[in-house]
Design a protein. Sequence first.
Length: 631
Amino acid sequence: MTPSGESTEVEAYKFILDQLKEVGWNTKNPSQYPDGQVWTQNQCLRHPEIKKTLGSTRPENIVKLSEKKLWVIEAKSTRAQLAKALKEAEDDYAKVLMDGGYFSVPLISGVAGNYTTGFEVRTYLLVGTKYKPIIINGKEATGFLDEKTITNLLASGRPVIADFVVNEIIFLRAAERINRILHLGGINKNDRAKVMAALLLVSSEAPGPNVESTDLLVLIGDINTRTKAVLRRNEKVEFHPFIKIEPPTNSENHLKFMTAIIQTIQELKNLSIKSAMNSGTDVLGKFYEVFLKYGNGAKEIGIVLTPRHITRFAVEALGVEPNDIVLDPACGTGGFLVAAFDHVRQQTTPTQIDVFKQHNLFGIERESYVAALAIVNMIFRGDGRNNIVEANCFTKYLKKSTVDGQSSAVYVCTPPPANQEAVTRVLMNPPFALKESDEKEHRFVENALLNMRDGGLLFAIVPISVMVEGGVEEKWRRDTLLTHNTLLSVISFPEELFYPIANQTVGIIVRKGVPHPRTQSVLWCRIVNDGFKKSKGKRLPIPNGPQNDLERVLPTLRGFLDDPNRRIRGVPQFIKKIAIDYTDPHLELVPEAYLDSPMITSEILNSNIDELVRENVAFLIRNRLEDSVND
């Protein structure tokens, strides 16, 4: 049953305040609190100039942008009334306030809907004498905007924002809420990622699914039809079974399942998800990171999602260019491929990026449903007809080819013959070996090198054991890695990088096909601060923190890969350029074995002496007290 108009108006009031608070606005009454920013209906009349201008009429909310700049928000009880809400915000309130001569109203918003069928939000900016919709990354904003974004809009005077950077903390909070919503809706944790993929896919289409239907089967049927159409349009319809939503078998659970679907779609709208997906941030990857990393059994099935700041770092370090053939042979949800796509997009023309995404990006993923997630991720990058395949990377290889007149590659079932290797850049994070029967991580690296042209660069994240343990790992380092290739750099990552999975990892950068000269220097780097910290069981970005070690090392690493002979000044416990010590009987190839210890300064020495003296004094006092008691 549809709620009454009066009840849904109240729901709209709560929704507005909750969403403004979520994006950082102080929703206290500005007439009562100096730091307050939001007047509700009756509070509006506490401001003498507003009361003088509007009389007894008032909108749902007015946001104080400055002493004389206001943002008017008007709400209606059904989604069909969105246009009416916007018209009243403009004609009944904004224009009246500006006609009073005291205020300007550069922003208006219309809010329409209720918690049963969801809400629609649109925000317009005053440009000259007309209000125009705010467009972010080529898509109309569908959620409330934070203060920083509003400030930038007012400063530019234009309703268009390009290269909008999403607030990762807000997105992570939303992803966690969605995980809870889907849990309460009775959606199994192992199905949540595919449900999210489906809802993201339909959210990219206009109009969205029919959320006003009262029948779950109709709603799910609509969603599945839309997702299948998108995949068919991108020639990937065979993956539809892996993101197809199935209703609960017990009809008694239909209501809570439908509520969860509608609430999730609303969360995506609140995030202006269409705009976010067109940003330079791998937002979809972030969502998957939350669902698979913190909510699902990723550890049990060996999935290790590479943090998106690491995929960006790797792509920038290797200097991926438009003519590179890029492969991730264990691509997961496509994080490295998205990073490569975004990196190249920033330095090419639209024509070049079209060629790159069709002919130069390749990914292999053995898990069907994970491959489907990667495909959805790339569809949002405008790369639906991508070269991601569901396969075992030990039975699927890439061979040089010309496709539609462009240099490219094709998948084959055996390693390509000499001089037919296609790949110039490999970016990979192979699944961690969970038991003895699993393929060892170094085997993934060895196999990936078979696809590469001589001189190509490989970046791989591997457990530290691959680079320090004896036995088969040591034999691989001696007989394969260094005998047939050049080790350029090894980078230690923070212990908590893959939290909550405990695994110390390193990144290795290898040049294919050039035996490692004994005098060849390696760049050894140790990353302690990667810009994230553990907080309440999660790793979250440090806002406005100091420059992290990844940012510090990147220019030096990039320069070293271009010219390994260039001089580099070492920093104790952080970075050093030095050749491999072949006299090491274990051939441990990790930064900790090569970096210099910190220099002992007089300040450190005095501090250590002071601490030692305090400890000794405390020890003597404790012993005397004990002696006194014993006497």
